[in-house]
Write a protein that binds this ligand. Structure first.
Ligand SMILES: C[S@@+](CC[C@H](N)C(=O)[O-])C[C@H]1O[C@@H](n2cnc3c(N)ncnc32)[C@H](O)[C@@H]1O
Length: 283
């Protein structure tokens, strides 16, 4: 059966977007289309524009939300949603290399463009790989794993996910292994690096906020602490500068029921901001 994506915090995020007849909504992470189709089902009079960097999703616009301003031209949205990361469709085979549970090519490119994970693994300096592992994976054994990668690629360049898993297992002391799979953090780190996820998020927040209509809402669902920190700080700075109001002081998280039904939702955090009616940004 083809993979389906189960939308996370579906009703909470839709309610937070405060949409109504004639409003323009930008779904900048279309994925499996779950959020957009539910919004359409609830109210056919909302104008929905969908964007995704993955050309296979069937979004209206293929592009990165870091270019939100140029992708949208003169359009001024009343609400924007970023539901970050990857969809089940992508991890369950749509994009090779995202899962350490399947032996596949080390690709990891959600946009299907640019250098692959294998390109990075085989060509970046050992110290740069260590930085990726530490910065994007918060991996305690970043130095050891980077060393192991550098040694192994001299003998044979990395091509598959199982080769990367083997390198991590060889580098990580057995008694230090946590409850999560030993390669989880390494795979997260390379995925973030391949897709420049944190830079894209910073730019997407900035551009999205600039083009948002006064009283417009910006909602972001993040899945790990690095993303959430960026969103939290960005929203807090806008509120402190008097440009927006925080709709969520604390992030909204999934109910126990949702986590039970969809374990992938367990780390999700939803934050929302509302742009002030009159901001002095364009003075
Ligand atoms: C979690 S899924 C979204 C699921 C969707 N809300 C749903 O309910 O079906 C994340 C999607 O965002 C896309 N994406 C991630 N980062 C992006 C970026 N910087 N620009 C555009 N799309 C991005 C991914 O390709 C993926 O399809």
């Amino acid at each position: 059966m083809p993979a389906r994506h189960r939308s996370v915090l579906l009703h909470e995020s839709i309610e937070a977007l405060n949409l109504g007849n004639g409003k323009i909504f930008i779904d900048a992470t279309y994925g499996g289309g779950g959020h957009s189709s539910e919004i359409k089902r609830q109210n056919g009079k909302i104008k929905i524009i969908t964007i995704d960097q993955d050309p296979e999703t069937g979004a209206d616009i293929t592009g990165n939300f870091r270019d939100l301003d140029t992708l949208l031209g003169d359009i001024r949205p009343d609400a924007i949603l970023l539901d970050l990361g990857f969809s089940s469709i992508q991890i369950e085979g749509g994009v090779e290399g995202l899962s350490f549970q399947r032996d596949e090519a080390l690709d990891m490119r959600l946009s299907r463009k640019g250098p692959t994970a294998a390109d990075i693994l085989n060509s970046w300096d050992e110290s740069a790989i260590e930085l990726i592992l530490r910065g994007f994976g918060e991996e305690r054994f970043s130095k050891k794993i980077a060393r192991e990668i550098a040694e192994r690629r001299k003998i044979k360049p990395f091509e598959t996910t199982s080769e990367l898993v083997d390198a991590v297992l060889a580098a990580k002391p057995r008694h230090f292994r946590d409850r999560i799979h030993p390669a989880t953090k390494t795979f997260q780190a390379f995925r973030i690096a391949v897709n420049s996820e944190l830079d894209a998020l910073e730019e997407g927040l900035q551009k999205g906020f600039e083009i948002l209509n006064p009283s417009g809402r910006f909602a972001v669902i993040s899945f790990h602490s690095l993303e959430d920190r960026i969103v939290k700080n960005f929203f807090r700075d806008k509120a402190r500068a008097g440009l927006a109001k925080l709709i969520t002081k604390k992030p909204i998280t999934p109910s126990d029921e949702e986590v039970k039904e969809n374990p992938r939702s367990r780390s999700a955090k939803l934050r929302i901001i509302e742009k002030h009616e009159k901001t002095n940004e364009y003075k």
